[in-house]
Design a protein around this ligand. Structure first.
Ligand SMILES: Cc1ncc(COP(=O)(O)O)c(C=O)c1O
Length: 370
């Protein structure tokens, strides 16, 4: 075989996908982070019409201007972020937004702080940029919420970035406003950049979401349509930040994908402009499922903070890999905690973005073996 580039030596494929692909017939999937709802009807219609109208050509590299305008308005209204369409870039999923941001901003010699446990792509993207990923261990006793104290002593002259993710995958933790503000001040004072992954912004129960970009200019805000509007397969998201930085990120985006899908962008415009009761309804339903899964896991004796957002639970078990195997043998796909960082070998992630009935059945199966 031809020699593969050395920088791939450290890269591992996602543990989530491995479990998903090993799914036996009849197993219930609590492994993937994908809402089980259909996309909103108005979004579907807008995309169908766009197809009929032949809107199937390349769009502007940065994204369709009308979409970028709507995103800028949304960021002002929901997040109190002052930006303008010229500083908004549409990406092929938050996955691409994360990849192109890390490629544009980080390099060998840089240190980038990432949450541990944290979403699988963070370490992968930082490793691919050849910077060093520095895990920030999150504390079970603080419900896995990242605090200023967690990161303060990890900052040094090589610190170039910090990835924040609130609400979090895999823990469901929602950071407190004070911590977000103080961490944003740290970014300004120490001249590092925050990549704020806000993809679960709307999947939140009792607390309020706060964006670090309200408090510092040293922030790239990443958000998208996969989770809020169940548009995972349509691959459309966005990022915004200081215009000069976004212009640099565009170089990676342009030579990577050229632009996002025209039809998906038209769906995204409709998602933002159309009625938002769809989102309220799915959040209500997620909350019902969260309450079910937490009460059943607690009855089984599994220790787990009550998640405030996203659609995952992250209980402690004796051994995450063994638990996942045992769960698989009883017909339930879960993800071992170690997929999200070394500190979580004794955790397991379960996604409750599946039907209420399937969650009940999965809990019945697990109850017999736990
Ligand atoms: C925290 C987090 N960020 C980003 C993504 C990627 O989202 P997208 O489908 O927009 O690429 C996911 C998907 O699971 C996620 O959980």
């Amino acid at each position: 075989m031809v020699k593969i580039a050395e920088r791939l030596d450290k890269i591992e494929l996602s543990g989530i996908r491995k479990m998903f692909e090993a799914k036996p017939k009849g197993a219930i999937n609590l492994g993937l982070g994908e809402p089980d709802f259909d996309i909103p009807e108005n979004v579907k219609m807008a995309m169908k019409n766009a197809l009929d109208e032949g809107q199937t050509h390349y769009t502007h590299n940065m994204g369709i201007p009308e979409l970028r305008e709507e995103i800028a308005k949304k960021l002002k209204k929901d997040n109190n972020i002052n930006t303008n369409p010229d500083s908004v870039m549409v990406a092929v999923g938050a996955s691409e937004a994360l990849y192109i941001s890390t490629q544009a901003l980080f390099e060998k010699g840089d240190e980038v702080l990432i949450p541990d446990p944290g979403f699988v792509s963070y370490k992968g993207c930082v490793d691919l940029s050849q910077a060093e990923a520095i895990p920030i261990e999150l504390d079970f006793n603080n419900d896995y919420k990242m605090t200023v104290e967690d990161i303060e002593n990890k900052i040094n002259k090589n610190t170039k970035g910090l990835i924040l993710n609130s609400p979090s995958n895999p823990t469901g933790a929602v950071m407190d406003k004070e911590d977000i503000k103080t961490i944003s001040d740290l970014a300004t004072d120490n001249d590092f950049i925050i990549l704020s992954d806000e993809i679960y912004e709307k999947i939140i129960y009792t607390k309020k979401h706060h964006s670090p970009a309200q408090f510092s200019d040293n922030v790239i805000t990443i958000n998208g349509f996969s989770k809020t509007y169940a548009m995972t397969g349509l691959r459309v998201a966005y990022l915004t930040g200081q215009r000069d930085i976004v212009d640099e990120i565009l170089k990676v985006h342009q030579y990577n994908v050229a632009g996002a899908s025209s039809i998906s962008q038209i769906g995204a415009i409709e998602a933002l402009k159309g009625p938002q009761n769809y989102v309220d309804n799915i959040v209500k339903e997620f909350k019902r499922k969260r309450d079910l899964i937490i009460s059943r896991l607690t009855k089984m004796g599994l220790n787990c903070p009550n998640p405030e957002g996203s659609f995952y639970v992250f209980p402690k078990v004796n051994n995450g890999n063994k638990f996942a195997q045992m769960a698989l043998n009883t017909g339930v796909v879960t993800t071992p905690g170690v997929s999200f960082g070394e500190s979580s070998k004794n955790n397991i992630r379960m996604s409750y973005a599946t039907s209420y009935e399937e969650i009940e059945e999965a809990m019945n199966r697990l109850e017999k073996v736990v």
